[in-house]
Design a protein around this ligand. Structure first.
Ligand code: GLN
Length: 481
């Protein structure tokens, strides 16, 4: 069976029409994972018995002639920062090795209620902190397009699993770019929904005012389909918004003619690789040919986004990660003699270097005497960034930019230089700070054969426009399926 040809759309149709047997399909995926994943490292945990039982239940319903749920039999992968009751959840960290989640994340529950089959949990940077997946506490992920390169991070396992056809679609999380940047590096589609659009109940928190969950897929339509099922108010997450869920799939059929697209000059300056800028400019021309009006705009506070992000994200992380103390979850040091020694040693043995760096940075930014200079200042700048976007959305319907300044870099290239690693997020962090939705769609291949991503950002809760433009682009260029 050619698994590369399968999308969410085609799989659900084939299952519904009884052309595809979900049990046989899941078996095929596990065979492929067994054959290919040792080179890629996309999965941390497979839940085969559980998946085969769910697939058998879908098959039994199909055999009986029952009407099937909308994602019946679609094999998906879940980033290991989301919980599934009875399945290990590590967040890519040694500190959670062996921790079995007692409850299921709402997003997973919703996909499973819609009939999707979870194949396993995907590798990621530890606690989603990273841009290359090299911060995984277990093993790095290799980019399926070039195994010597990183897949991006922190949802690198999810993006690589989709790109390597080790699942049909996946969920990732995005706090500062972690869905869109790996999607761009691996040549797949990654959607960041509006803050509050998708419940985070069951997401292991990194930075609560920035954390988002969203789909990583092969096509824009697949992202639209999955968003529809995972989005919406959840009584278990008070930050989930009570805003009606649109039928995104129906919306993307609309033409893009007459939509105004803002091109911010700050996203095309220093540090942008020429091949990336050429590919993105060509993509913008294509959208103009499809009837979009191109409007030059300015987002004047852009240069402050990365430092602002790294203060707010680390501050929130230092608070969120305080709960990993050896008492309630995961690793407990066996060599401690007192309670405080047990806390210290458990954390020292369980956390990796980048997580420790972030906890220290965040604790510093929140400490008395530095709070005003760093944390409060960062919150003020966040407001300025939000105003930049509010002003822009008075003139335009969406904003188009590169997703990343360069294509995927080599494994090991940036590990000793955290600041250069942080700069890989330069075009993605702002959307998280402002809370607006965004997508990355493939828009070309570099001379070295590496994928390039086009980012489209929209107004709050306007995922429909973002998806619609991305879909038109895919259609215009024949990159969709
Ligand atoms: N690369 C960014 C970081 O390291 C973003 C991570 C994310 O979005 N989870 O914090």
């Amino acid at each position: 069976m050619d698994l590369s040809a399968l999308t969410v759309e085609s799989t659900r149709t084939a299952v519904a029409e009884r052309v595809l047997n979900p049990v046989a399909l899941a078996e095929e995926f596990y065979k492929k994972i067994e054959a290919d994943d040792p080179q890629i490292g996309a999965y941390l945990t497979l839940c085969k018995d559980r998946a085969m039982k769910k697939a058998a239940a879908v098959q039994a319903a199909a055999d009986k002639g029952d009407a099937l749920p909308p994602l019946a039999g679609v094999p998906v992968a879940i980033k290991d920062v989301m919980t599934i009751a009875g399945v290990q959840a590590t967040a890519g960290s040694k500190i959670l090795k062996g921790w079995i989640a007692p409850y299921t994340a709402t997003v997973v529950q919703r996909l499973e209620d819609a009939g999707a089959i979870v194949l396993g949990k995907t590798n990621c940077d530890e606690f989603a902190m990273g841009s290359s997946n090299e911060n995984s506490g277990y093993f790095p992920v290799h980019n399926p397009r070039d195994l010597s390169r990183v897949p991006g991070g922190s949802s690198g396992g999810s993006a690589a699993a989709v790109a390597a056809n080790l699942c049909v679609a996946a969920l990732g999380s995005d706090t500062g770019g972690s869905i869109r940047q790996p999607a761009a590096f691996c040549g797949v589609v990654g959607l960041l929904p509006t803050y509050g659009r998708v419940s985070r109940y069951g997401l292991i928190a990194f930075a609560s005012s920035l954390d988002h969950i969203g789909p990583i897929t092969k096509t824009v339509k697949d992202a639209a389909i999955l968003l529809r099922y995972i989005a919406g108010r959840d009584k278990c997450d008070s930050t989930s918004a009570d805003v009606p869920v649109t039928d995104y799939e129906a919306e993307i059929g609309k033409p893009a003619k007459g939509l105004r697209l803002g091109v911010p000059k700050e996203y095309f300056g220093e540090g942008l690789d020429t091949e990336v800028s050429t590919a993105v400019e060509t993509a913008i021309q294509k959208l103009a040919q499809a009837g979009c009006e191109i409007v030059p705009i300015s987002l004047p506070h852009t240069e402050y986004a990365v430092p602002t992000y790294y203060i707010i994200a680390t501050a929130e992380a230092s608070a969120n990660l305080a709960r990993f103390d050896g008492v309630r979850y995961g690793h407990r040091s066996s060599s401690a003699h007192t309670l405080s020694e047990m806390y210290r040693r458990s954390r020292d043995e369980g956390f990796g270097a980048e997580v420790k760096r972030r906890i220290m940075l965040g604790t510093y930014a929140l400490s008395a005497g530095y709070y005003d200079a760093y944390y409060r200042k960062a919150q003020q700048v966040r407001t300025l960034l939000t105003r930049d976007f509010e002003n822009a959305f008075q003139q335009v319907d969406a904003i188009v930019t590169p997703t990343t300044p360069t294509p995927a870099f080599k494994l090991g290239e940036k590990v000793d230089d955290p600041v250069s690693m942080y700069l890989a997020d330069i075009y993605t962090v702002t959307a998280d700070l402002v809370g607006v939705p965004g997508i990355s769609v493939p828009c070309g291949i570099s001379k070295e054969g590496l994928p390039i991503g086009l980012q489209i950002l929209g107004g709050h809760f306007d995922e429909a426009t973002v998806l619609r433009i991305a879909h038109v682009y895919e259609h215009e260029t024949g990159t969709g399926r």
